[in-house]
Design a protein around this ligand. Sequence first.
Ligand code: ADP
Ligand code: MG
Length: 357
Amino acid sequence: MSELVLKLKNLNKYFGDIQVIHNVNLDIEKGEFVTFLGPSGCGKTTLLRMIAGFYEADEGEILLNGKRIDKIPPYNRNTAMVFQEYALFPHMTVFENVAYGLEVRGDAKDNLNDKVKRALDLMQLRGMENRYPNQMSGGQQQRVAVARALVMNPEALLLDEPLSNLDAKLRESVRVELRQIQQRMGLTTIYVTHDQSEALSMSDKIIVMKKGFIHQIGTAHEIYFEPATTFVADFIGTTNLLEVKATADKQVTYENISIVTNNSVNVGRGYCLSIRPESLYLSKIEVQGAGITNILGTIKEKMFLGEKVRYFLSDEYGKNWIVDIFDPGRQIYNDKVYMSFMSEKAWIIDEEKIHLD
Ligand SMILES: Nc1ncnc2c1ncn2[C@@H]1O[C@H](COP(=O)(O)OP(=O)(O)O)[C@@H](O)[C@H]1O
Ligand SMILES: [Mg+2]
């Protein structure tokens, strides 16, 4: 049974005259790992700080377990936030930093020691209890900041780009650990990142944002394969976007080429069609078969990337395409080739369905 923990209702936020959060509505269930994903400046930190209580919403409501929390101070909200800049107390040891919140809350002393030790163990910080923040690397400090939030056993754990200061290898392993801890504890978590692979690999649900608007809410699979807007299609991975016109149900034309899709369309209307580079095949002759589209292209550039070759082509209408051929062996295409794809790989984007105004 799913259980609603956090509800955001019609949230709006302005800085001066500029609206940075537009009518955000969101439900988060118990134990869910939800990620706010979007480019820098899209409002991820602002939204997270509104939930934590460090910024006030200009309009709307925030409910935690059915109770309005948007007017109460951060320390009374039962949320714990890890800041992007970790904000550790420099004059306190690791142990004291992690224990601080429990002490303020008035937890019993022996209980407190156990909880701090467990949090330090989880973040692999055992043995570093007596160090000061300036005696640790950025990555270690970041883990202390996560331990300090975990130890509070909050109703909602809020993490603002908590792995941004780790190098690539460590980031990947801490990613896995963090996800395991979160699942083991059943912790409702909101995670902020601009890194799509982080979002795709960790989240139960991803909220894709641009300029303060939510473009899509969905699983990793949904936002990748069924993007709601051209922005989502382009921001998550790479894609080819075509302007098409609907000619019949599940049928559109691109220039004078007829394309079959799996999506329903309104005849006569224009749409955008998204086809991923890995959904395209190259061949010297046209590929025959029901629902297969062939488009003639000319190869302009190619990049050998080990596991794949990325081809840059243009079609006879002047449109540029990207095609990825995996496990390419020694087969390298040149000059004119057919790009082919199956109907189920051609995804219709209907931006009129969502409101971005
Ligand atoms: N305290 C502030 N005062 C004025 N503008 C701000 C403040 N904080 C953020 N902004 C602006 O609000 C927008 C969203 O910022 P932010 O939430 O930090 O984005 P993100 O975390 O997605 O990078 C940006 O345009 C940013 O410049
Ligand atoms: Mg931010």
